[in-house]
Design a protein around this ligand. Structure first.
Ligand code: SF4
Length: 498
């Protein structure tokens, strides 16, 4: 779609710098609303259209050379033109080395100064120009973008001894803006999105979040939470804004305070430490993680050896290991399985981190059995229902997709396993925290995108990714459901009646 791209650059010096990357797709449109409207009257482009150039920054934390990508272009009449693919364009701009802030750009019929600028900043707008609203018009079905490199920002006034230097700096960023717009336009296409179902929140994550919210209601802020309650940056940020204080260890929690243990569970040593410090504990450990702890305890108590299959350093694994460290051997991969020292007992049972991939575990258990033929299975499957269901659903979607996006944070174990499952199906796959992480280069030439989400990912982040892709052209969304989940866990008594 790059051939269809039209980029309006109001000033000659802007057009010149953009042409290095975009050639004759750059149209010098002239400064101000009258000339912009005239350009639009001469004809509306059929392909993607963008406005690029320098602009006025409205907020003090923007510096000359920073790039504002419009999430919407606000018109003087109070209406606005949404730019839903802004997060993807922002990602491309960052890849080209630019400092980027997505946010509203406001168009005004003339250059604004002083108090007028302050008033615009108070509405949440990041940058101001005198062309974009007129150049982009209503846009209709056509993908649109607006990029303004800040040439002046408060507190520096528009006319200032350093203005010329700032304008030169801003203009110097335009070749990279052109390259990013080329990547953005190359991703423009109609698409199918296949949503894997089930995806997003599992019962253990819903319960853990509910526990923190209820604890805040009952005890009031601050409520301390040991480690991230679930491995998702957005969930943690929302709860932190509501008054939760996330700590790494209990010595950061004031004596006598309330502390929530995360969904990943804790070792008996951490429980003992909480008691020593007279902390009020609310335990959000997922019952399916607690079940694995119980299995490890039982095996160790009868003198057996626990082979724990999992990833070192993950909080769930640290908690399970802590149940019987002297009787537990951690095995992370096939190489470690093949080096397993002979156990000192005939009673050897493996247990598994709840969020691993079934394929990996089967492979590892085969390797372990070659070393320890009498290795016993755990009393019941340790990989939890949510992990299994999300992996199965993703396999179904990956079979028909050219690209898979898994929405989840980098430290989400089950999110990373979903990416591996997709790649094993032969499809390119990426883990993205949200739309800001989606690189338009991945989408170039791709007509069918499969999307899933880790068990700790809020559903609205999936919606945001779909909306951003929808900003690149019409999207037909289909959900492929492989099973329905109706599992709920009861809450701990400390918060049950809130
Ligand atoms: Fe529990 Fe599984 Fe969800 Fe982890 S992924 S919180 S083990 S249900």
């Amino acid at each position: 779609m790059t051939d269809d791209l039209t980029v309006y650059a109001p000033l000659r010096m802007e057009a010149t710098r953009l042409r290095g990357a975009l050639g004759d797709r750059v149209v010098r449109s002239g400064a101000g609303p009258r000339r912009s409207a005239q350009v639009r009257e001469r004809g509306v482009p059929a392909g993607p259209v963008a406005v690029a150039g320098i602009g006025g920054g409205l907020v003090g934390d923007l510096s000359a050379g920073d790039v504002v990508v419009a999430t919407e272009v606000r018109r003087p009449d109070g209406t606005s033109l949404p730019c839903p693919s802004a997060p993807l364009l922002a990602r491309a701009l960052r890849r080209h080395g630019l400092t980027v802030r997505p946010g509203p750009v406001v168009s005004r019929p003339r250059i604004v100064h002083g108090k007028e600028r302050d008033a615009l900043a108070a509405t949440g707008a990041l940058a101001v120009d005198t062309e974009s609203a007129w150049l982009l018009g209503d846009a209709g079905e056509v993908p649109v973008a607006c990029v303004r490199v800040v040439a002046d920002a408060p507190p520096a006034p528009l006319v200032h001894p350093r203005t010329a230097q700032a304008v030169r700096l801003a203009l110097g960023r335009l070749p990279a803006v052109g390259a990013a717009l080329r990547d953005w336009a190359a991703a423009v296409a109609p698409r199918r999105v296949l949503l894997a179902a089930p995806r997003s929140f599992c019962a253990g994550v819903e319960r853990a979040i509910d526990i923190v919210e209820r604890a805040l209601d009952i005890y009031g802020a601050p409520v301390y939470v040991r480690k991230q309650i679930v491995h998702n940056a957005s969930v943690v940020a929302q709860l932190a804004a509501a008054g939760a204080v996330f700590v790494e260890e209990l010595d950061e929690v004031p004596q006598g305070s309330t502390v929530v243990f995360s969904a990943h569970g804790v070792s008996p040593e951490v429980r003992a430490e909480a008691e020593r410090r007279s902390l009020e504990v609310v335990d959000a450990t997922c019952p399916l993680v607690a079940k694995v702890h119980q299995e490890a305890r039982r095996i160790a108590r009868r003198g057996g050896t626990v082979v724990l299959i999992g990833h070192a350093g993950h909080e769930e694994v640290e908690g399970t290991l802590g149940e019987a460290p002297e009787r537990t051997v951690l095995v992370q991969d096939r190489a470690e399985a093949e080096r397993l020292p002979p156990p000192d007992t005939d009673d050897v049972t493996y247990v598994v981190q709840t969020t691993l991939s079934q394929d990996d575990v089967t492979d590892l258990v085969d390797a372990l059995r070659r070393r320890v033929p009498h290795l016993a299975d755990p009393p019941s499957d340790d990989i939890c229902y949510a992990t299994t269901n999300r992996q199965q659903a993703l396999r179904a979607v990956a079979a028909s997709a050219e690209l898979v996006l898994v929405v989840g944070s980098a430290n989400s174990s089950n999110g990373n396993r979903l990416v591996e499952v997709a790649r094993r199906s032969g499809v390119a796959a990426h883990l993205v925290d949200g739309p800001d992480d989606v690189d338009p280069q991945w989408l170039a030439g791709v007509r069918t995108v499969g999307i899933s989400a880790a068990a700790s990912t809020p559903p609205e982040l999936v919606d945001a990714v779909v909306a951003a892709i929808g900003g690149l052209g019409p999207v037909e969304v289909t959900e492929r459901r492989t099973t329905t989940e109706d599992i709920h866990f009861t809450l701990p008594r400390e918060v049950r009646n809130a």
